[in-house]
Design a protein around this ligand. Structure first.
Ligand code: ZN
Length: 259
């Protein structure tokens, strides 16, 4: 199954970019967890995160973790800063525009950039950079810069759950498109489940023996012993020419039934 490593940028002592009361490390971790849930709910794949909590992790450690897990794809989530606005993403500098990594990035970009464009925010484009997580990962990798934390309008959008949900869906669907992930078919449950028919209550055996019952049983057994040849033939109740276990069981059932 296809393995996707999601890398929430920064963490712990490294808050990343800060602005408008937000820290990049918290936004990226929140996005990473939502993206994992979205992918697992909608596509057949395995997902892992380079960090699950607010801890510091070096760039090379993130790449090593993905390499050790033998991830098929690596997606690093970041929020930009420095006076710009809108969206951009990166693949490693030395890669061609027609290779596998570029093709997967094109799929992710087409979905995610559209969400920003639809919100009237700039699409800064498909870029390349010599980032450690892109250089040191041994599988196709991408780094997303979802908006600028020092841009008031980008931050207003990033604080809105419906907008973040759109970004998550776009990232998930873009990854799935790029990696050809199989869709999980959602089966509508039967509104009225068939209930099994109620079983007739089984009579519990008597806990104590009645003296009269014992006497009747003894009489029946004595009668059986006194049988003539004709009567013995009658013991072949199931008419198979033999007096066997099946006949005995049927006889005993009749005796018990007549008590
Ligand atoms: Zn960052």
């Amino acid at each position: 199954m296809t393995k996707i490593m999601i890398d929430p940028g920064h963490g712990g002592k490294d808050p990343g970019a800060c602005g408008q009361g937000l820290q990049e490390k918290n936004l990226t971790l929140n996005m990473a967890k939502l993206l994992r849930t979205y992918l697992l709910n909608n596509y057949k794949c395995q997902v892992a995160l380079t960090r699950e909590t607010d801890v510091f992790m070096g760039l090379s450690d993130r790449a090593r973790k993905a390499n050790a897990w033998k991830a098929n794809y690596f997606i690093s989530l970041h929020i930009n800063a420095g006076g710009g606005a809108g969206y951009e993403d990166f693949i490693y500098t030395k890669l061609s525009d027609t290779g596998t990594t570029a093709k997967i990035r094109n799929a992710v970009h087409s979905k995610v950039a559209k969400v920003w464009i639809d919100a009237n925010r700039p699409n800064r484009g498909k870029k390349k950079a010599n980032f450690a997580v892109l250089r040191e990962t041994s599988m196709p990798a991408v780094l997303l810069e979802n908006g600028f934390i020092d841009n008031m309008i980008d931050v207003i959008l990033l604080k809105q759950k419906p907008f973040v949900d759109k970004l998550i869906k776009a990232m998930g669907d873009g990854i799935a498109l790029g990696l050809n992930l199989p869709v999980i078919l959602k089966v509508t449950p039967d509104p009225k489940p068939i209930t099994p028919p109620k079983k007739e209550p089984v009579a519990k055996p008597k806990a104590e023996y009645d003296v009269r019952d014992v006497i009747k049983t003894q009489q029946s057994i004595v009668n059986l012993i006194k049988l003539t040849e004709e009567e013995v033939k009658k013991l072949d109740i199931n008419k198979d020419g033999k007096i066997d276990v099946k006949d005995v069981i049927m006889i005993l059932q009749r005796i018990v039934g007549s008590l």
